[in-house]
Structures are given as structure tokens and as C-alpha cells.
Design a binder for this molecule. Sequence first.
Ligand SMILES: CC(C)(COP(=O)(O)OP(=O)(O)OC[C@H]1O[C@@H](n2cnc3c(N)ncnc32)[C@H](O)[C@@H]1OP(=O)(O)O)[C@@H](O)C(=O)NCCC(=O)NCCS
Length: 201
Amino acid sequence: MNSSSAVVIRSAVLSDLPGVYRVCDWTSDPAFPEGVPGRNPDLLGHVYAGPYVVHSPELAGIVADCEGVAGYIFAVADTRAFAEWCEAEWYPTIREQYPLGSGRESDGWIIERIHTPEEIPDEILVPYPAHLHIDLLPRLQGKGAGRALMEWLFERLRERGVPGVHLGVSSENTNAIAFYEHMGFSTLAAGDRGRLMAISL
Ligand SMILES: CC(C)(COP(=O)(O)OP(=O)(O)OC[C@H]1O[C@@H](n2cnc3c(N)ncnc32)[C@H](O)[C@@H]1OP(=O)(O)O)[C@@H](O)C(=O)NCCC(=O)NCCS
């Protein structure tokens, strides 16, 4: 795969779920390219992958080949409506399975996130109602797939009349921050742990 023109993107289907959970887990810490040892490999996907594929498959762009899912971009057009759907449909069973304080110590923060999802204020949701997540395995990085997935998503959000999209990124992920800035995103807020970025469409 040498250029963005060679990247084949399709909308997600439910059979992508194992692959997208794997990519979500494997890209979370570059020091552990096949997942952090000892961590529950399902938990990150329960927050950052599964609900997007089930709720908005048409805004979930997948790059996959005979080795499996290699990368994805996920988005929802209306972050507030998605949060309400997650409360009603997605989280109840997962919260029962993972009560607060359960699991291994390294899983504690994500179990807390499952019980207390991040809330984005209206002043951000009015201009940037959509939000996204993007992750590529190392074999797909640096070859134009990130740009191709972003452009694939922007086209679909514009077709739906969405005025803007935001995202959250760890302050330590300087590579992703530089990629987002290169793609036109600006920083709305930056703290010790994370940065909120957005782009108008
Ligand atoms: C961050 C990530 C999505 C970028 O995707 P990518 O496929 O590697 O990026 P591309 O090759 O498509 O690059 C697109 C453009 O951004 C530029 N770019 C990429 N990384 C850059 C960086 N660190 N600094 C400056 N520009 C950068 C490229 O030069 C390219 O420019 P061009 O299209 O104008 O020529 C991908 O590397 C990734 O998934 N990383 C690991 C997981 C991760 O960090 N996800 C984000 C979590 S918030």
C-alpha cells in the first residue's frame, strides 16, 4: 500500500467487531504492539470501538485485508444522542459485568470510564456535534491511510449537514496531535492528561 489512492475503505459490518476490538487494544500503547500484558483486552473496545460499529456503522470506515482489520475511523454525527443511546442500550450489561472496583488494577480507569462516560459541554457540541476515533496498526501507518479515512469520514459528515467534528487525544500522543494539526484540527482545550481538538466542516 503506497499511497492513499490504494487504500480501500468500506463501512463496518458486525463481523468486524473482533478485528476492531483487537486494533483498539493493540494501538493503545505503542510500547506493547499486541496489547498491554495482563490487561483485559475487551475493555477499551467496549468504550472506543464496539458502540460505534453498532450505533453508526455507516460512519465507521474499515481498512481490512486477509490478515484482518488493519485500521478504522469511527464517528457519530450527534454526540449527545449517542451518549443517550449508550446509556440505554450499550452500557447496562457491561456495567453489570464490570462493577466499579472490579477487575485488575490496570483495568481500573477504563472500568471507571464505563461507569462515568466523558461529558462534552454544549459550547463544544453546538459547533462540533460529531466526534471521531481513528487507529491504524503499525503496518498501515505512514502510508496515507489516515488521510484517506479522515477524508472518507468528512465527506459523509458533510452529506449529513454536520457543521464540525471534535476528538480527544492523550497529551503524550505527539504523533497523533501533529497528524490532526496537519489535517486542519485546532486545539480547543489542553490539560495534563488530554487535549480536545476540533475542525469545522
Ligand atoms: C495517527 C494516525 C491515525 C495517522 O495516520 P497515518 O496513516 O499514519 O497518517 P498519513 O500517512 O495518512 O498522513 C496524513 C498526512 O499527515 C501527515 N502526518 C502524519 N503524521 C504526522 C506527524 N507526526 N507530523 C506531521 N505531519 C504528519 C503526513 O505527512 C500526511 O501529509 P500529506 O497527506 O499532506 O502528505 C496513525 O499513525 C495511527 O493510527 N497511530 C496509532 C494510533 C493513534 O495514535 N491513534 C490516534 C489516537 S487519538
